[in-house]
Design a protein. Sequence first.
Length: 194
Amino acid sequence: MDDAFTLLRQAVDVLPQDAMAGNGQTVGDVRKEIELQEREMALDELIEIADIHPASITLWEMLSEAARQMVLDHSRRGCEWRGEKAKHGTIRATLTLLGADEGGRHSAFSGDGQLRPLWDIGHRTADGQQDLNIARLWVECEPQLGPGRTAHVRLTPLQPEQGQHLQPGDVITMHETQPAAEIAEIIEDLPPRA
């Protein structure tokens, strides 16, 4: 298995040479950081560049493994999630959590893709019962989401073909308890990358 520096060098070679992060950092800048042995900084810049430029599943796997070797669990989970997103597509939605007094959660959950709740996206079993689907949940721009809060989220369904019918404006429900206590409105459906 390649070490983290080798994986970062390989990741730089996979990106277009003119690729640039939103902050103006280029692939060339990342190469210099790697030469200076600034592994964590190089990883962060590669993630930023790959978020802007379509990145392959292979690139995300390399970055995930580099983060694992550097013991950067949050970055590793983020890269794993981005790889899943590239492979399966993603659904963006606005999620509203009910407060504890309304039958919702009593505590916040981590927004970094660890939660994989059940969702009612409109499917029914042969006898008319709800047929729930699992999707990994990532909260945009928030480290966690608590009771009574609303945030934009991204869902990566474990069975992406099950959500192909969803359109912006559709409302789906998240099930952690019975009855469901959280609702989400679809913002957009992003297909898998080739």
